[in-house]
Design a protein. Structure first.
Length: 444
């Protein structure tokens, strides 16, 4: 311990952000209690046991630009658990699968006219080196992309990402958000003619969570409370007093950090005037992910972009084509993510309906696919997994510091213009720990 501070911080949420903040605060001598409603840690980066091996509930890959995560992985001594590897991407368009890795692949991508393929390649190259994004915050992704690469290339490549992922919001998404996505992934390319290379942790997010927990449990001033849903953040005279779990007694704290999504946070703290009104104006997407363990590879891609009006998702992620360190005794992992706005009727579909729909779609992509290949199947769901970053979102990024003394929040809306990443979560965890540390009088 660097200095003895008897102050207590409660962190709501044992996901990456909450545990990162806890690691920082606890090692500075602060008393930290992390509370989570779930029976295990991880949140969106949680795991499920498949064949006795922890496997990410949602696919996770790392890009070369994810410096906050990579530096944290080093700090935790996990360098040898992080591997970088080339991984293939393809596009399924007009009933055909096109490799989509190198400039040569792009030249052969005939769903877009030749000149538009060239424009697409140039746009990726320029986005890779662009740094200033504020001017892009003022325009929508769709017209920006169409202007840069042409309508047909847009329809073949970007439209499914925006339309299927963001549904009713698809033409409101900010160009800055999509630019950062192109930027992040293209910076992971090994040279102009190379393929993308991505990073992965040996046992996915479990490797990171286990390491953080191992470090935290070395400190007497740390405690973890699972299976405990925070029902209220107690505030008196504009000062945070602590939290209530299941409407029971007060768990006192000098400082509270909420890392749950903003819609969840808004249910915990009484309305905080204009601050809450501004938070409530942000829209979110829910996520459902079908995870299949199959007895053979579905493809040789890590990522398959899907653009087919008959198919209700825009991609398939075959993690075992990126991470050969998952010792699954021959099983292969296929993730099928569905992003859904609150009003999307698919959210209320049963698991078996979703599974049937996914199987039918897989058969359209690979007609020989058979349900007999499936060894294990899972469906995961999370509410408010991602903020919808519309035009002008830079003005909506919520302040971590709430108007209440000692109360701080983190949320995916604060990653902007970045997409949801573990790296951004680590960055937010460190930042909010800095603010909370100042609040309780830790030396910075
Ligand atoms: C489908 C999908 C794919 C992704 N792919 C990638 C990827 O490839 N690469 C990458 O870098 N990142 C990826 N991410 C993003 C990454 O998972 C997130 O950025 C990160 O996990 C967010 O962590 P967090 O701690 O901020 O939030 P969360 O993980 O949401 O943690 C919040 C925690 O708060 C708890 N909680 C909520 N309400 C309460 C309450 N009332 N009381 C107590 N506890 C509560 C929840 O149980 C949860 O554990 C992906 C995310 C998704 C959903």
């Amino acid at each position: 311990m660097k200095n003895e501070v008897a102050k207590r911080v409660i962190i709501i949420g044992a996901g990456i952000t909450g545990l990162t903040a806890a690691v920082r605060l606890v090692s500075q001598g602060c008393g930290v209690t992390v509370v989570d409603s779930s029976s295990s840690v991880g949140g969106l980066a949680g795991s499920v046991m498949v064949d006795g091996i922890p496997v990410d509930r949602y696919y996770h890959f790392i890009c070369r630009e994810d410096n906050d995560l990579v530096n944290f992985v080093d700090e935790l001594g996990l360098e040898d658990k992080l591997t970088w590897r080339e991984a293939g991407t393809s596009c399924f368009v007009n009933g055909k699968t096109y490799p989509f890795n190198t400039p040569q692949d792009l030249l052969k991508f005939d769903p877009a006219p030749f000149l538009q393929r060239i424009r697409f390649g140039m746009h990726v190259a320029i986005s890779q080196f662009r740094k200033n994004w504020l001017s892009l915050d003022r325009i929508a992704a769709k017209p920006w992309l169409i202007g840069k690469i042409g309508r047909k290339a847009y329809d073949a490549i970007w439209d499914p990402l925006l339309r299927i992922k963001f549904g009713e919001f698809h033409d409101q998404i900010s160009a800055a958000w999509i630019w950062h996505r192109i930027h992040r992934v293209s910076r992971s390319r090994a040279g102009f003619f190379g393929m993308n290379s991505y990073g992965f942790l040996e046992k996915g997010c479990h490797t990171l969570m286990e390491s953080m927990l191992g470090k935290l449990h070395q400190f007497e001033n740390f405690s973890l409370v699972l299976d405990s849903k925070v029902s209220r953040i107690r505030i008196e005279n504009n000062n945070v007093k602590g939290i209530e779990i299941a409407d029971k007694d007060l768990m006192e704290a000098d400082c509270v950090i909420s890392t749950c999504s903003i819609p969840q946070f808004l249910k915990l703290a009484y309305p905080l005037g204009q601050y809450s009104a501004s938070l409530a104006s942000i829209d979110y997407l829910n996520v459902i992910c079908v995870l299949l363990e199959i007895d053979r590879p579905f493809s040789n891609n890590f990522w398959l972009n899907v653009n087919d009006p008959r198919i209700p998702f825009n991609g398939i992620v075959e993690t075992t084509n990126l991470n050969p360190r998952l010792d699954l005794k021959g099983g292969r992992l296929v993730y099928i993510p569905y992003y859904l706005s609150r009003n999307n009727p698919r959210w209320s579909m049963s698991d078996s309906q979703l599974m049937d729909e996914s199987f039918s779609a897989l058969k359209l992509i690979r007609p020989d696919f058979s349900e007999s290949w499936v060894m294990k199947k899972y469906v995961f769901r999370d509410l408010n997994a991602q903020a919808v970053c519309k035009v002008g979102f830079s003005k909506k990024i919520p302040d971590m510091r709430t108007p209440v003394n000692g109360l701080f929040i983190t949320d995916s809306a604060q990653y902007y213009p970045e997409d949801r990443t573990m790296s951004a979560s680590v960055r937010l965890g460190m930042r909010v720990a800095g603010l909370a540390g100042q609040e309780v009088g830790l030396e910075s």
